[in-house]
Design a protein around this ligand. Structure first.
Ligand code: HEC
Length: 140
């Protein structure tokens, strides 16, 4: 019975509850595993999923019209640790309350969210890990 209750509670907990912020980073993987850099690259390049290139430019040559509202993603893996990258993707507003960058892994606290997105994160934990793995490969 207790195990069943724990399982139900785990299911009800908000998706983003597990993240543990230490300083300016989330040191531990959100899934307990490393992401896949190739899948992460596809998410960053995807215009309807990641939308990263709306604001950032990056070393993704096949995509035209990259943004200039944010620092380039080139060299991000040299500038930032995986934990620092993870927090910036999950919820950059924790570092800069005025940031225009969307919180990709924060459930709740958002305004004007369509009902079908309520309580959901923009990217799944696994997708965040894939993006972290990709950005970590971007070294200068
Ligand atoms: C609406 C614009 C916007 C979108 C979309 C966006 N970002 Fe950002 N991002 C920013 C801005 C602006 C900053 C600068 C930091 C700040 O605002 O505090 C930033 C900062 C970052 C940083 C830290 C860079 C550094 O050198 O310090 C990383 C890494 C990053 N973004 C990755 C991403 C990824 C990956 C995506 C897609 C999943 C994404 N961003 C989507 C606007 C955006």
């Amino acid at each position: 019975m207790r195990v069943l209750l724990a399982a139900v509670l785990a299911f009800l907990a908000p998706a983003a509850a597990a993240q543990q912020v230490v300083g300016d980073a989330i040191p531990a993987s959100l899934t307990g595993q490393s992401g896949d850099a190739a899948r992460g690259r596809a998410i960053v390049a995807n215009r309807s999923l990641g939308l990263c290139l709306l604001c950032h430019s990056g070393p993704i040559a096949e995509e035209r019209f990259q943004g200039d509202l944010a620092p380039t993603l080139a060299g991000a893996g040299s500038r930032l640790s995986e934990g620092q990258l993870r927090l910036r993707i999950a919820d950059g507003a924790r570092l800069n309350a005025d940031t225009i960058m969307p919180p990709y892994y924060r459930a709740g606290g958002l305004q004007r969210v369509a009902r079908s997105f309520e309580g959901k994160t923009i990217l799944s934990a696994a997708q965040v890990e894939d993006v972290v793995a990709y950005l970590a490969t971007l070294r200068d």
